[in-house]
Design a protein around this ligand. Structure first.
Ligand code: BGC
Length: 831
């Protein structure tokens, strides 16, 4: 492929010079939520940006706009496999092109400072090196496919409580070595955008921060665009004077009109406007949004993808399924309990709230409508078809918000077809548009399917015939902000003005307040429901009509699951969290599995000692029963092919390839770094360099499972490590010989840590310095070559405000987790 010519500085200057101040300033903030502005005078078209990271949502957040759903970032990082991540990035690029997306708002490369962080599932790891490497591979894959990636959120957006306003206080060395490190790697990888975070760091908010100039644009040489987080630009001169380039979403009230005035008044130099615009135009040229310039990003995928086509599920499925198994972490496997042999099974009980409901992703802006979903139960049934009978019970309920009406329980009252009827009404109640929908949840009620906006709509109405248990009781709920009304069989049961309970746009959009009523279902087993929500400006978007599906009493559910488990050869309990538990917009208050899941696992394990627990969550949860079951397997939020990938692992078609990217605590009170709650608006990162396993190594408690831990289906002997006795500051190579001592071919993640017993500096007890993946047949040896780069030898000198290497002896420790390191050697680093 011939590489297109990059646009030159002179060409950028010439384009900028064609525009007057008003036109230039307008281009610095978005045209709409996910569009930049066009400027026909210079051949600039609008660029489309879209959220990720576990799929490309596109411009619309609607059930009709489906996406391929990849494993969530914690799962991606658990693979420790950059080649696989780059392939997943390539898939995202194809998805983006098919949806006409120029810029993907991913990856999220903040760090897992505390497991209670709401977006923990969306970050890769607690370790800066692993985050940096997985993040760079993701960016490589996306951009090689012709789509710009965005490293977000720069910087220290590591938790959600008060995220719009909190000030993170971080010492200079920690900022450099821990939180900025993944961004430095992203820039080195050539990422085209960096998103400035909502929060402040050491004073100014990130869209007004000097950190945008140094190190980002100066020292690191970032020549792309700094886009703000959505609504994060909340000043005119303060943000326009610094290196903040593009304010999203748009139009931004501080930057549109007021910025023109600020330039005229001399509060912002016009040169600052020009500099921002040059960067936006350079991005446009790179992605092919500027007439006369061929895109400079890889264009192979672009050429093969047609705008508007359906997701290519068949092509994507094997890769997504492979990724599920590659990410799955086997935490415990007594006496090689897993894999199970299908031929030896006659009856398998699959129980738990996450068995028959697909919990594929965390909550917040990362969410997509998956094109399809394989539940754990589906996957296991498919794998055991012809071998064993599979029986199921839910065992426990965990949804705390009402569940939207679905195809099973709702009928469109006009057509009788499974689903609901949505009507958009003007202020007089006249119907402007009606459409059939598949669920009672509408995230963008201002715009129907295939339409950008419904002009004049004053309210949205969702109606359905609900099919329920005759004589049973049902909770009916209406979700949304503003005036909501619910009529049931012609009677108004709710009519209330609901006020917002958060100013966070994501919370308002995704988890707005709701009201519910309890009704008794008539003997017909049908209820006619009509819910409506006023669409007043500024009251948030979502509207939903929900009815909790008819359910048995909790006691009875639990008992039924236990009985099934007792009657089976093996019980597989699928427990976990949901996108309600782990979400953008708020942090978790505890790490317990929601509902009565712990009780369920304990009761099932007591009834049948042959119990496997599958943990389906994005981040750590407490597993108090972990010593009482023979096998515990993490499936993360696995994306749409979760069920088949899980079955591959359970029945041995694939090895569980994952290793923990995060240390898992036995209980929340043991956490060495826990609180994400700011005090008077300030969140002190007082633990400094010591987060994750580094904090655990320093502390007095032992976690349940260490960073790096994960069993495969074979065993490994670590035989020998060799490294030069002396090396220069530039780095060296560690060679590790391992032997597959088990009975099955396998893959091992060989991890290398450095330690510095004698040091004049505060240092982690040890820190990850590199890793490599090897594979070997049973009995065979393999050699892992791990490059130790200068980046993990150096430290940030606060005296010199620069990088330094402390000469002396570094201990090289090698093994399978941060706490299981059978080999070591010493390397003397010279001056
Ligand atoms: C999130 C970003 C996201 C943006 C656009 C914000 O609330 O923090 O990660 O890209 O919304 O949806």
């Amino acid at each position: 492929m011939v590489q297109a010519e990059a646009i030159s500085d002179a060409e950028l200057d010439a384009l900028v010079a064609k525009l007057d101040l008003e036109s230039k300033v307008l281009l610095l903030s978005g045209a709409s939520v996910f569009h930049t502005r066009a400027e026909p005078q210079i051949g600039l078209r609008s660029m489309v940006v879209s959220d990720g990271p576990a799929g490309v949502r596109g411009e619309r957040w609607d059930e009709y706009d489906v996406s391929l759903n990849l494993p969530s970032p914690t799962a991606m990082a658990a693979t420790w496999d950059e080649e696989l991540i780059a392939r997943l990035g390539g898939l995202l690029a194809v998805e983006a092109r098919r949806k006409g997306v120029d810029v993907l708002l991913a990856p999220t490369i903040n760090l897992q400072r505390s497991p209670v962080a709401g977006r923990h599932f969306e970050y890769f790891s607690e370790d800066p090196l692993l985050t940096a490497r997985i993040g760079a591979a993701y960016i490589e894959g996306v951009q090689a496919g012709g789509v710009a990636a965005t490293a977000k959120h720069y910087v220290a957006n590591d938790s959600e409580d008060e995220r719009l306003t909190l000030e993170a206080r971080i010492d200079e060395r920690t900022l450099r070595e821990v939180y900025l490190a993944p961004f430095e790697a992203a820039v080195a990888q050539g990422v085209l955008l960096v998103m400035s975070a909502y929060n402040a760091v050491n004073g100014p908010t990130m869209s007004e921060s000097p950190l945008l100039a140094e190190p980002l644009k100066g020292e690191w040489g970032f020549d792309g665009v700094v886009v703000s987080d959505w609504g994060a630009v909340r000043s005119t001169a303060e943000s326009a004077r610094v290196e903040q380039d593009l304010a999203m979403s748009g139009p931004n009230e501080y930057w549109a009109g007021p910025l023109i005035e600020a330039v005229r008044a001399g509060a912002v130099p016009e040169a600052a406007v020009d500099a921002k615009l040059r960067r936006i135009l350079r991005l446009a040229a790179r992605v092919g949004a500027l007439a006369g310039y061929e895109p400079t990003l890889g264009t192979k995928a672009a050429a093969e993808t047609t705008l508007g086509q359906a997701p290519d599920v068949e092509t994507a499925r094997p890769l997504l399924r492979e990724a599920v198994a590659a990410a799955a972490v086997l935490l415990r496997n007594e006496d090689s309990f897993l894999p199970l042999d299908p031929a030896a099974l006659r009856r398998v009980a699959v129980v738990g709230p996450n068995a028959a409901t697909a919990r594929l992703q965390g909550g917040g802006s990362a969410g997509v409508f998956p094109v399809s979903a394989v539940t754990p139960l589906d996957g296991i049934r498919r794998a055991l078809a012809g071998d064993a009978e599979v029986v199921h019970a839910v065992g426990a309920h965990i949804d705390s918000r009402p569940t939207p009406l679905d195809l099973e329980h709702a009928r469109n009252p006009r057509t009788g077809v499974a689903g609901v009827l949505a009507r958009y009404l003007d202020a007089d109640g006249t119907e402007l548009l009606a459409e059939h929908r598949l669920s009672g949840r509408i995230l963008e009620p201002h715009a129907a399917h295939g339409r950008d906006a419904i002009v004049g709509a004053a309210s949205v109405e969702i109606s359905a015939r609900l099919l329920a248990e005759p004589g049973g009781q049902c909770h009916l709920a209406v979700v949304g902000v503003g005036r909501v009304v619910l009529d049931v069989d012609g009677q108004t049961l709710l009519d209330e003005v609901i006020l917002p309970d958060s100013i966070d746009p994501a919370t308002l959009h995704l988890t707005p307040p709701f009201r519910h009523v309890l009704v008794t279902v008539p003997d017909s087993g049908e209820l006619n429901l009509v819910a409506s929500r006023a669409l007043d400006a500024g009251t948030g978007l979502a509207a939903a009509l929900c009815a909790d599906s008819p359910r048995a009493q909790d006691e009875a559910e639990l008992a039924a699951a236990v009985e099934l488990a007792r009657s089976a050869d093996v019980a597989i309990v699928v427990v976990g969290t949901t996108d309600e538990t782990e979400s953008e917009g708020f942090d978790r208050s505890d790490l317990r599995l929601p509902g009565r899941q712990d009780e369920l696992v304990a009761a099932v394990a007591a009834a049948n000692p042959r119990t496997v627990v599958v943990v389906n969550s994005g981040g750590p949860v407490e597993l108090p029963w972990r010593g009482d079951v023979p096998a515990v397997l993490l499936s993360w939020f696995p994306g749409q092919e979760g069920g088949d990938g899980l079955a591959d692992v359970l029945f041995g078609a694939a090895e569980p390839g994952g290793r923990l990217p995060t240390t898992w605590a036995a209980q929340i009170d043991d956490l060495p770094v826990r609180s994400t709650t700011p005090v008077d608006g300030v969140l002190e990162y007082s633990e400094g360099l010591h987060i994750g396993y580094r904090a655990w190594l320093k502390g007095s408690t032992t976690p349940a499972f260490w960073f790096g831990h994960g069993l495969g289906y074979t065993t490994w002997e670590y035989e020998e490590v060799s490294a030069p006795a002396q090396a220069a500051v530039g780095g060296f190579e560690v060679v590790v010989r391992v032997r597959n001592s088990g009975a099955r071919a396998g893959r091992e993640v060989v991890q290398v840590y450095l330690a510095r017993a004698e040091s004049g500096l505060d240092r982690p007890v040890r820190w990850l310095a590199g890793y490599a993946v090897v594979s070997a047949e049973p009995g065979a040896r393999a050699e892992a070559r791990v490059h130790i780069a200068e980046g993990v030898l150096r430290h940030w000198s606060v005296e010199r405000h620069g990088w330094d290497v402390e000469p002396g002896a570094f201990t090289v420790q090698v093994g399978r987790s941060a706490a299981d390191l059978p080999l070591k050697t010493v390397v003397e680093i010279g001056k």
